[in-house]
Design a protein around this ligand. Structure first.
Ligand code: RFL
Ligand code: PHB
Length: 415
């Protein structure tokens, strides 16, 4: 027997995109259900992003999710760029006239805050579901089907479906042939070996380091826990990286005279492949894709989570206008309104990746260009400002269910 339900928005995936969408819809009086294949504990522990744009922080504060973020987040003025054995600070706050900064607050913590808020709100949120299906996508009443953790099959009739189910989800592949106009993709010949370590960060702000043997990144989670990454070949076997080898390589790549890397027990390690991907349009009739389900960026620009937040702010506004007020214009234009930001971020992530990663046997011409770009960033005010504007976020994120107009253009800087 299948249990039948009705809701306004069926949301597939309880990552940051799906959870935040359901929170924003509830604030606008729109009902939703969120279904998730993994357990709550798994979602709350999955190590991923850590760097938030100030625009993301401002949105989370504005919608009641800022309490722990403000207490525990680490606010940074900028980043360090390291190359040719020199470390340079780029002060984003100064370069943006005091308007923008960045904050370290782990994705795991945002997910915990969101799950707590949705649970306190008695939201429909189901973990450990299986056999998720979306159907009737050509109608105005798309259907979501799933089996709950107790084995009961459900069918939910919706006014809209939000595919927030990440890159490997089922929503994007469910779009009928011809429904996606452009699928742009690029893979890279390297990945990131990431560690979480019980070692106090050896830096006050995040270090991006280009080294002749490959990229390294020193980030952090708390004043006691470091998060560090090393460029490795895309097909690298993690078992060839015992903890001592990881620390030695980090120390070697990140070294500058007079600086010491503090080490400690490694709590977690894993290798992430790198990819750029954009599916256009980000919607098919009443099914809307948001976050990694629609686009992937390599992590070098720290954009993935921030883009997911930007998408759902736009989508929540559009769906509230559609379902509460009967106004379809913003929902119809959802993809168009997201894609300018998506492509800007896709370019930033590709450009930073290309500038900072070194492959074995690399053409010396390529290496000289990388170094010339990095030198330009730390010597030209205009070049550094371009990085600051792009890295810290673009226009304020739009979550404004009363609006009748398109999102603000991305370029407040030019005014
Ligand atoms: P998620 O987080 O992948 O969530 C999708 C959810 O959907 C579930 N799911 C399903 N549920 C039901 N039925 C199905 N059939 C389902 N199929 C899948 C999945 O289990 C999952 O829970 O996507 P979302 O919400 O779009 O969020 C995107 C972000 O997670 C991602 O972009 C960032 O983590 C990327 N990223 C970074 N982004 C930043 O903005 N700043 C950073 O500093 C940053 N660092 C990173 C990163 C990603 C990394 N990795 C591991 C890819 C560092 C790394 C190493
Ligand atoms: C992180 O803190 O995990 C992080 C920071 C900056 C990046 C990517 C990841 O570009």
């Amino acid at each position: 027997m299948t249990v039948k339900h009705r809701t306004q928005v069926g949301i597939v995936g309880a990552g940051p995109a799906g959870l935040l969408l359901s929170h924003l819809l509830a604030l606008g009086g729109v009902d939703s259900i969120v279904i998730e294949t993994r357990s709550r504990a798994y979602c709350e522990a999955r190590q991923r992003a850590g760097m938030l744009e100030s625009t993301t922080v401002e949105l989370l504060r504005a919608v009641g999710l800022g309490r722990r973020l403000d207490a525990e987040g680490l606010e940074h003025n900028g980043i360090y760029l390291q190359f040719a054995g020199e470390r340079h600070h780029v002060n984003f706050r100064k370069l943006t006239g005091g308007r923008r900064w960045v904050t370290i607050y782990a994705q795991t913590e945002i997910v915990k805050d969101l799950i707590r808020a949705r649970t306190a709100d008695r939201a429909a949120l189901e973990f450990e579901v299986s056999e998720t299906e979306v159907a009737d996508l050509d109608s105005d009443r798309p259907v979501l089907r799933y089996t709950d953790s107790a084995g009961q099959r459900h069918e939910v009739t919706c006014d809209a479906i939000a595919g927030c189910d990440g890159f490997h989800g089922i929503c994007r592949p469910a779009i009928p042939r011809g429904g996606l106009r452009l699928v742009a993709e690029r893979s890279y010949p390297y990945g990131w070996l990431g560690i979480l370590a019980k070692a106090p960060p050896s830096t006050d702000e995040v270090i991006y380091c280009r080294h002749e043997d490959g990229f390294a990144l020193h980030s952090m989670r708390t004043p006691e826990v470091g998060r560090l990454y090393l460029q490795v070949p895309a097909d690298e076997d993690i078992t060839t990286w015992p903890d001592d080898r990881i620390w030695d390589e980090l120390q070697r790549r990140l070294a500058v005279p007079g600086w010491e890397l503090q080490t400690g027990p490694i709590l977690e390690k894993g290798i992430t492949p790198m990819r750029s991907f954009v599916a256009t349009p980000m919607q098919y009739r009443r099914m809307y894709l948001a976050g990694d389900a629609a686009h992937i960026v390599p992590p070098t620009g720290a954009k993935g989570l921030n883009l997911a937040v930007a998408d759902v702010a736009t989508l929540a506004t559009a769906l509230i206008r559609l379902l509460r007020d009967g106004e379809p214009a913003l929902a119809d234009a959802y993809s168009e309104h997201c894609l300018e930001r998506v492509w800007r971020a896709t370019h930033l992530a590709w450009w930073m990746t290309a500038m900072m990663h070194v492959v074995p046997g690399q053409d010396p011409f390529e290496s000289a260009l990388q170094l010339a770009q990095l030198r330009n960033l730390v010597t030209s005010h205009a070049a550094a400002t371009m990085l600051a504007e792009n890295y810290t976020g673009y226009a304020p994120l739009r979550y404004d269910p009363s609006t009748r107009t398109a999102p603000t253009p991305l370029w407040p800087w030019v005014a």
